[in-house]
Design a protein around this ligand. Structure first.
Ligand SMILES: CN1C(=O)N(C)[C@H]2CS[C@@H](CCCCC(=O)O)[C@H]21
Length: 124
């Protein structure tokens, strides 16, 4: 089957689960993100995600981006950008960086509102 098509279930090193359920011909996708850790030590919850994946030929390892709206339990948003890789054994890896923006109460606090990190997903 085509490697690096994002549809399916992925897990990362924070033990989050990402399910990409809809992948359209133009590379648009939608899914859900289950996080087990949160900024406020809240409980695990599922939030919607939507993004776009480059649609390359057979050989390409596509780049992608997606946004998670943590709208169930916090006024925060995370965007991920990354690329899918396949190793010699056929194992797929999503190597990403993310920006997490949490809401702050005033413009004076804006400087401390965005976190950045690296994150790797593999198939669950
Ligand atoms: C679980 N996580 C995860 O799988 N990440 C790659 C990082 C970047 S998004 C963050 C969770 C933010 C939850 C929203 C909130 O606490 O307001 C953390």
């Amino acid at each position: 089957e085509r490697k690096c098509q994002l549809s399916g279930l992925w897990r990362n090193d924070q033990d989050s689960l990402m399910e990409i359920s809809v992948l359209r011909d133009n590379g648009d996708f939608q899914g859900q993100y289950l996080t087990r850790v949160t900024l406020s030590e809240g409980c695990a919850l599922i939030s919607p995600l939507r993004g776009a994946q480059q649609q390359l030929g057979e050989e390409g390892w596509p780049t992608f981006g997606f946004t998670v709206s943590w709208d169930k339990f916090s006024n925060a948003t995370t965007t991920f950008v990354g690329q899918c890789f396949v190793d010699a054994g056929g194992k797929e890896t999503l190597s990403t960086m993310w920006l997490l923006r949490e809401a702050v109460g005033s413009l004076e606090e804006d400087w401390k509102a965005t976190r950045v990190g690296r994150n790797v997903f593999t198939r669950k």
